[in-house]
Ligand binder design. Structure first.
Ligand SMILES: Cc1cc2nc3c(=O)[nH]c(=O)nc-3n(C[C@H](O)[C@H](O)[C@H](O)COP(=O)(O)OP(=O)(O)OC[C@H]3O[C@@H](n4cnc5c(N)ncnc54)[C@H](O)[C@@H]3O)c2cc1C
Length: 290
């Protein structure tokens, strides 16, 4: 009998069975399928691999806020649920979720899929880095936490091992607010030419901590530490924000590709950074905490 040329499809309803299946043989995780189906059709994913569909594992979905302010997002939570959540005010992660594709893509696509696909231009990733989120990876041998900024190793590549599942995104409590903006040539259904997320912690009118993260500006989403450091200690007045925004260029190493030129990306990045910091500041002043 000849070998089948496509792998088996399985849809467990509990995490333990799912992890056992992932451990057994090379298997593709299927969440919303908005990337995976295209990648399999294009030959980017080996079609002989089994597919394990995670949609029926309810532990992987949902958004919850602990009493200490820690936010937990299940990896299989849809981007639409995240974009519309009443659990937290608008922030860089929900801004990113609300910009992905059209509503059909957001209803199907998940934050875990957006993260594990690891596109340098993906819209939720700068928010994940700017929030200092931890990514929980589970396997049959246990779980480990990886900081968002250490998760991505290249375009489409992460530190996740083949038998590991991204289960949760854990976001620490915040003293401040955040925002994400991207630049696209069209207003809808386009990928970011560049994107910037800013997170500001503010105490007594002064910035006490900040993180700025960029998409489509390097081979992975990246933090821009010089820009963030320049904000800390300031009252977030216009000249301080302007100066910090310019410093994103110390980190940005964008390329020329079909979506934009390196030169244009470097022109747009400080402008977006200034606006993203401005929105985060406005949100913080309105009392948003995220
Ligand atoms: C029309 C269209 C427009 C789009 N526009 C945008 C856009 O504007 N911005 C943007 O960022 N993206 C965009 N995308 C890309 C896509 O929708 C997102 O990346 C989506 O979030 C992927 O999630 P998913 O659940 O569909 O993942 P899937 O396609 O199911 O999986 C994607 C990858 O992640 C892996 N994976 C998924 N979940 C897990 C998990 N929990 N643990 C381990 N591995 C996992 C899969 O094995 C696969 O390799 C668009 C896609 C389409 C089709």
């Amino acid at each position: 009998m000849s070998e089948p040329d496509v792998g088996a499809y399985r849809r467990p309803d509990n995490l333990s069975e799912l992890l056992t299946l992932l451990d057994r043989r090379p298997t593709s995780v299927l969440a919303g399928g908005t990337d995976l189906v295209v990648m399999r059709a294009d030959g980017m994913v080996d079609r002989t691999q089994d597919i394990v569909d995670i949609k029926d594992v309810s532990d992987l979905r949902g958004i919850s806020l602990d009493a200490d302010g820690t936010l937990t997002i299940g990896a299989a939570t849809s981007l639409q649920e995240l974009a519309k959540t009443p659990v937290i005010p608008p922030n860089a992660i929900t801004d990113g979720a609300s910009l992905v594709g059209g509503w059909q893509t957001r209803a199907r696509g998940t934050i875990g899929g957006n993260i594990c696909r690891a596109s340098p231009a993906a819209d939720t990733l700068p928010g994940v880095l700017a929030a200092d989120a931890q990514l929980e990876l589970a396997s049959t041998t246990g779980t480990r936490l990886v900081p968002g900024h250490a998760f991505f190793t290249g375009p489409g590549r992460t530190v996740r091992k083949p038998n590991e599942l991204l289960t949760r995104i854990i976001v620490p409590a915040s003293l401040g607010a955040s925002a994400y903006l991207r630049f696209t040539y069209r207003l809808a259904m386009d990928l970011a030419v560049v994107g910037v997320a800013a997170h500001l912690d503010i105490k007594n009118g002064r910035c006490v901590a900040a993180r700025v993260a960029l998409s489509a500006a390097a081979a992975t989403p990246v933090l821009a530490p010089d820009a963030a450091d320049a904000l800390v200690g300031t009252e977030l007045d216009e000249p301080s924000i302007e100066a910090a925004a310019q410093l994103v260029l110390n980190t940005a190493t964008p390329i020329d590709d079909g979506r934009g030129s390196r030169a244009h990306r470097r022109t747009v990045l400080p402008v977006l950074a200034k606006r993203a910091i401005g929105i985060a500041l406005e949100r913080a002043r309105e009392g948003h905490r995220r």
